[in-house]
Design a protein around this ligand. Structure first.
Ligand code: FAD
Length: 446
């Protein structure tokens, strides 16, 4: 039966509602277009209505209304995800969290924030008391903390603190359910994994308790190398240097640096580059390490200078892909756990410029490992899948960015805990429908 949108709109009349077609399409999409596969599948998906609650009471009202009229509800933070995570596949209501942007508490080591708080804005406040976020994506200036938990994975800081899913990196959340009588639940400790990186398929996160890191004055540097594997080995050695405090270790094989035109003065033709954030107090030992590996420092900004201009962060992680695609739209990317430098070297030799290697070092299980956001010269979907298969056959782990299905993009296995939680809090399957494979398969078998 047809949905009675006029009634829904009148029930939500006290809230900020968006129905303008141009705004609806803007607020229905994210950065799915980095993938030529997702581009085709998602470009025409639209919400019927966007609602911007300002607090949890309004979120409850939206949840009640969606249950009453049995319409899909998809949560959206800043909409910077890369896999169509917040794109409403079946239309319905998009709940935009960006007006829920209050910092509830901020103390040394710990903060409690509303889901729509923007990461860079939060850090600015936290640094006033000497602390900062443990990790953040390169979309840090616009992304929301709730959206990072809902759809992100790692970023600057991950070389020290690991990934979002690591125990301790999220301490508690408040979640609004889509039951017949929507409720507010508080999840603490290991229970947060029920909703951590679940694409908003099993509850609306309204508040988060997050641990903080001590804020160092981060110096931003570029170091260049003649040989790619020299640069990669330097990255590993820096990751393993327990006495040097760092926040970012990005390694880019030539010709990737050629796409970063704003930095061209520091990235000479044919050289491989390391983009780094290092504690100002550790510069001397850092320089010794650069010397040991035969690198040359071409760029160095103090912490104070770095906070004024644009940060090197915005040339790393998936911003590398963004810049490269602005020059060559046929480029796309993969997300890879190489685990070892031997495998990095093997892929470098095997694929050449078809898969240009971009490494981000991060800590996994206590060890610094090379992960990849390699740039792929896209030809066909078949070839892309062949490249993925080859990596997997050689023992690399691919987190496929060319699917909007939660499990297929991540660890490829169904998470029984997240499914069980969805069965409880979203019995009608209204939340971000079409994204959780476990739910879709269960629906078929029921
Ligand atoms: P959105 O895209 O709005 O949402 C992401 C997912 O979370 C959606 O499924 C949404 O439904 C869900 N969600 C949002 N809010 C809530 C909530 N309150 N409750 C429940 N579910 C919710 N990601 C990284 O991890 N690391 C990177 O370094 C990185 N770099 C990027 C660079 C570029 C150029 C781009 C375009 C993307 C990058 N990303 C990266 C992906 C993305 O920017 C981040 O993961 C970001 O943190 C997402 O935040 P957002 O507010 O935009 O979330």
């Amino acid at each position: 039966s047809a949905t009675n949108w006029p009634s829904i709109i009148s029930e939500l009349a006290e809230l900020e509602i968006i129905t303008d077609a141009v705004q609806l399409s803007k607020l229905s999409l994210d950065y799915y277009h980095f993938s030529p596969i997702l581009s085709k599948k998602l470009n025409n998906k639209r919400a019927n209505l966007v609602v911007r609650p300002v607090n949890e009471v309004e979120v409850l009202k939206i949840a009640q209304t969606c249950v009453k009229y049995q319409v899909p509800l998809t949560v959206r933070g800043a909409g910077t995800g890369n896999y169509g995570q917040c794109i409403p596949l079946e239309g319905g209501v998009v709940l935009d969290t960006t007006k829920m942007n209050q910092i509830r508490s901020l103390e040394p080591g710990l903060a409690c924030v509303e889901a729509g708080v923007k990461m860079a804005a939060f850090d600015k406040k936290a640094r006033e008391i000497g602390w900062e976020l443990r990790m953040a994506p390169s979309t840090y200036r616009t992304a929301t903390i709730g959206g990072f938990i809902g759809g992100g994975s790692a970023g600057m800081g991950s070389i020290t603190y690991g990934q979002l899913r690591d125990r301790g990196n999220l301490q508690a959340v408040r979640v609004v359910t889509l039951e017949d009588e929507p409720r507010i639940l508080e999840l603490r400790g290991d229970d947060v994994q029920k909703v951590n990186h679940a694409y908003g398929t099993n509850g609306i996160i309204t508040e988060l308790e997050i641990p903080l890191a001590p804020a160092y004055p981060w110096v931003e540097l570029i170091v260049i190398f003649d040989q790619f594997m020299r640069a990669a080995r330097f990255g590993q050695a820096l990751g393993d240097s327990d006495g040097i405090v760092k926040k970012l270790i990005t390694i880019q094989a030539w010709p990737i640096p050629s796409y970063l035109t704003a930095l061209e003065d520091y990235l000479p033709q044919g050289k491989h580059a390391a983009l780094l954030m290092i504690s100002q107090y550790d510069l001397e030992p850092f320089q010794n390490l650069v010397k040991e590996y035969g690198g040359e420092i071409t760029y160095q900004k103090t912490a104070t200078e770095a906070t004024k201009g644009s940060s090197l962060l915005e040339f790393t992680w998936n911003h590398t892909t963004l810049h490269a695609r602005s020059i060559d739209p046929n480029l796309t990317y993969l997300q890879t756990f190489y685990f070892t430098l031997e495998r990095v070297e093997q892929m470098y030799d095997y694929f050449g410029e078809e898969a240009m290697i971009h490494l981000e070092f991060l800590r996994v299980g206590g060890k610094a490992i090379p992960a990849g956001l390699q740039l792929i010269r896209f030809t066909t979907e078949e070839r892309l899948n062949e490249i993925i298969r080859y990596h997997e056959e050689q023992g690399a782990g691919i987190a496929n960015p060319h699917t909007y299905i939660l499990e297929d993009g991540g660890r490829k296995v169904i998470d029984p805990e997240q499914l069980a939680f969805k069965e409880k809090v979203d019995p009608y399957g209204l939340m971000n429908p079409g994204k959780m494979r476990a739910w879709l398969e269960r629906a078929v078998s029921v």
